[in-house]
Structure formats: C-alpha cells, structure tokens
Design a protein. Structure first.
Length: 361
C-alpha cells in the first residue's frame, strides 16, 4: 500500500468520553483490516503473553510470516468459540494457527530475536506446539476468552451497545472503589463495599461463569487492553483504508467482533442441527456445513413422507359417502399440514406426485 497520508488514532475509554458530544465525520464503506505488528506472540506456562517484543531476524521470517499474513480472523474466531478445551490437539492447532508460540520452546528466552533453532521449531506443525507445553493455565486462558467471545457474538446490535455502556460504567466504578479502599486503609478502616464485578455481570445479564475482567475489557477495548491504535491512509488509487493494529491474537479476534457488530450487518447464528456457531454472511444461512444441511433436509423429507403415508391410510378409512365431493390430493395435503402444525406445508400436486411414486413401487 502506498501511504499518502497517515494518522494514528488511539480509541481508549478517555478518548471516547472526550469526543462523545463532538461533531465527528463518519467513515462509511471504508475497509478495515487487522494487523499484528509482530506477527507472533509467545505464551508462557502461566498463560502470560509477551506483547510481541520478540522479533525475527530479517533473513529468517519469510516462510512463517507469509503463512501468518493469510490469517482469517473471522475463521479463527469461529474455530475458537466452537473449541473444546479438553481436546489438546484442537487447542494446540488453534494456538498455532492464531500465531502463539510456546515460550518454553525458545532457545534463548532472554534474547530480543528468535534464534535459528527457534525458527526451525516454529516451521514445524502448529508453530512448534506440543502437548507438554499445554498447561492447565493456558487451557484456562483459552477457555476464558472462548466463553466471553461466544456470549458476545450471541448479542444483537442493541444488546451489544448497551453492554459496552455498562462495561464503561463498571470500569469507572472499579477504579473509584480502588481509590476508596486505598484511602480507607490509610485511615485504618476496612469498609464493606459491594462487589462491582458481580453487579456488572448481573446488569449485562451474562452467565455467572464469565470472567468479569475479561468481559469488561472485551467490551471496552480489545479483551487484553482498553487501547487500540488505528492508521488511516490512502492507496495509490486514492481509496481510503483503515488498519487496526493489535499486539495479540485474542485482541484481533475481539476487534473482529466489534467490527462486525458495529460496522456491518454480519451476525452469528447456531447451526440448527449441531448448535455450532457460524458466521452468518447471508440472511438464509442456517447450517455450519453441507453435511448438517443434508441431514436436516433428509430428515424433514422423511418426516413428510411418513405423514403422507399416514394421511393416505386415513383417506382410505373414510366411507365413500365421506369421500364424496372431496379432492383426494387436497384432503391429504391439508391433513399433513394440520398434523405437522404447519411445519410441513405441502401442496396437492406434491402429494399426487409422491403418492404415485409410492404406490407404483
């Protein structure tokens, strides 16, 4: 991209408050991409991220960087919210695909660059992750973010915006509470104060098992920070573009939720068969795979055929007098629709065609 003009914008809580009542220009139909400056982030045994301070040597980063540049954050988000954290291979696969590197694998952890051996290990499957590197703390961290993100994508636009407002209030109350406790300790007092975290979870109507700190950060910012830097620029054809810069794969996934909730009509639905979450690109999207679609379609058809046979039997039980003046196909079609409580609405032409097939066998 040829950067003709560039400006850095940091959208933290304080900045948002400062410009709440200002007259701002809107950026309609401007594409936004998410970029991680470091490409990869190390994750230690406690689940702590290094923030991307380790770098590749210029001659060593080509192959790995090319793969990471192709990351699809929506796809990674979908994999994460459907991830089973008790499946070690699945967790390792996601961590590697997202761009996490196991800290325990590093040859020289104190170095500022990855060694040649580190790069060789990272060039293997899943950026070098093995079962021995996957600690309970790392599993718990992944599960914490998974549960928060899975709940967020189930909110509609209005619920999402209301939750952001409550998260901002929670952050302010928590800071005030901390200052109150410090002043009380200085005076030798121990005041009994309500737990703002519990109240926050109650107000947003979130499941009680969600971590309030992670949820609050995910709503106010990126899930790992309240601040994100964005670069606004133009390419050589004069088209504008915004790059959201993040320092963590989890932050990138979180920002993808904000972008889809606030700036696009994309939504999330659960597959009607297996309940797996999927990115709803089109309004009619209901299935996560062709397998689930075919299963539901086949099951529904079998149910209609079963009702059709029952309806045909009921028709035969009618006396000639009762059948007089009635259209057989229309009567059967109405019987099927009524018995299925309108879930299987059929027409007389379909009934005639299908019954003819059945009776000719």
């Amino acid at each position: 991209m040829l950067r003709v003009c560039s400006t850095n914008v940091t959208m933290g809580t304080s900045v948002q408050q400062e410009y709440n009542d200002a007259s701002l220009l809107t950026l309609a139909s401007v594409p936004v991409s998410i970029r991680m400056k470091s490409g990869v982030v190390t994750l230690d045994r406690t689940g702590f991220e290094d923030g991307g301070w380790l770098r590749f040597m210029p001659a060593e980063n080509c192959a790995i960087s090319e793969g990471l540049m192709k990351r699809d954050w929506r796809s990674l988000r979908e994999r994460l919210v459907n991830l089973r954290t008790d499946d070690g291979d699945a967790v390792i696969g996601w961590l590697g695909a997202a761009g996490y590197v196991p800290f325990e694998m590093l040859e020289k952890p104190e170095s500022m660059v990855f060694s040649r051996k580190d790069v060789e290990n990272m060039s293997s499957r899943d950026l070098g992750w093995r079962e021995e590197f996957l600690t309970p703390a790392i599993r718990q961290r992944v599960q914490t973010f998974r549960d928060v993100f899975a709940w967020l994508i189930g909110l509609n636009g209005e619920q999402f915006r209301n939750a952001i407002g409550l998260a901002k209030e929670y952050g302010e109350i928590r800071n005030e509470l901390h200052q109150t406790r410090v002043r009380a300790m200085e005076c030798g007092k121990n005041p009994r104060l309500k737990d703002p975290a519990r109240e926050f979870i109650k107000e947003v109507k979130a499941p009680s098992h969600l971590d309030p700190e992670t949820l609050g950060l995910a709503l106010r910012g990126t899930g790992t920070s309240e601040v994100m830097r964005g670069k606004f620029s133009w390419d050589s054809s004069g088209s504008p573009h915004v790059v959201a810069e993040v320092d963590s794969p989890m932050a990138a996934v979180c920002i993808s939720i904000h972008l889809d909730r606030n700036f696009s009509s994309r939504g999330w639905v659960q597959c009607v068969r297996c309940s797996k979450w999927l990115d709803k690109v089109r309004g009619r999207d209901r299935f996560c795979s062709s397998r689930c679609r075919n299963y539901v379609t086949t099951t529904a058809r079998r149910g209609k055929i079963r009702l059709l046979k029952q309806a045909a039997q009921q028709w035969e039980k009618l006396t000639p007098k009762s059948q007089s003046g009635l259209d057989r196909w229309q009567w059967i079609a109405e019987w099927v629709t009524r018995k299925s409580k309108s879930e299987a609405e059929v027409e007389a032409n379909w009934v005639m065609r299908e019954l003819t097939k059945i009776e000719s066998r």
